[in-house]
Design a protein around this ligand. Structure first.
Ligand SMILES: C[S@@+](CC[C@H](N)C(=O)[O-])C[C@H]1O[C@@H](n2cnc3c(N)ncnc32)[C@H](O)[C@@H]1O
Length: 212
């Protein structure tokens, strides 16, 4: 399986877009996402490494997997400034470079929207997290109600939004997919957030699930 997914247009666009989201509150979301983590962590789809600065000192090692080459290079740069040891590797969510049960916890932020198949990616996350270990998630999800739900489902079905946004899908029920994959959600906040003043607010979930 390939470990590289070059998306140069997305790689050039994402850091600026993410920076705007940080100023609108995403930094605080990342801090809450990682608060209380410890031990060996795998972060999947790490982008250019915006989470790295927020890992608590009790984390002993992070393996950060990123398939996009330009973002991965930027993540390696960010890893040099991280407060804990971070090793950045090429790879995709469906085939992680870790042994069974090697991680105490896994982290996904704004990634389960972009993987080709959530069930496959979550099964792989479950494989590498030890029994009783954690999955920390921060993801945008499908709204409960029409008309926004219908509009976003249409944007997904037509392939319009995925084509514009690096394969991102805006109408996934990620919380249900996490539970179906063999994790129990222990804590989850749901809130509206928009990454820029020009985009509509969409529901996000942020929380902790435990591997059954
Ligand atoms: C919206 S960005 C989020 C990046 C980072 N997690 C963050 O919070 O800023 C989505 C990331 O998922 C990565 N990605 C896309 N498809 C992936 C896959 N199949 N496996 C792992 N990562 C993937 C992209 O390269 C990109 O870095």
């Amino acid at each position: 399986m390939t470990t590289d997914l070059p998306r140069p247009r997305f790689a050039r666009m994402y850091p600026g877009a993410a920076e705007r989201a940080e100023r609108r509150g995403a930094t605080e979301h990342r801090r809450r996402l990682l608060d209380g983590l410890s031990g060996r962590v795998v972060e999947v789809g790490a982008g250019h490494g915006l989470n790295f600065a927020h890992y608590p000192a009790a984390v002993t090692a992070v393996v950060a997997v990123e398939p996009e080459p330009e973002l991965r290079a930027a993540a390696r740069e960010a890893a040099t400034r991280a407060p804990v040891p971070v090793r950045v590797e090429a790879g995709v969510a469906d085939a992680l470079p870790l042994a069974d049960g090697e991680a105490d916890a896994a982290v996904v932020s704004l990634v389960l929207c972009s993987v080709p198949d959530q069930a496959t990616a979550l099964a792989e996350l479950r494989r590498v997290v030890r029994p009783g270990g954690e999955l920390r998630f921060y993801e945008h999800v499908v709204p409960h109600h029409h008309p926004k739900r219908g509009l976003l489902q249409l944007a997904d079905r037509t392939g319009l939004w995925p084509a514009l946004a690096g394969g991102c899908h805006v109408a996934r029920d990620t919380g249900a997919a996490i539970e179906a994959a063999g994790f129990t959600i222990e804590r989850s906040e749901r809130f509206g957030f928009s990454a820029s003043a020009l985009e509509p607010r969409v529901p996000h979930i942020l929380g902790v699930a435990r591997r059954r």
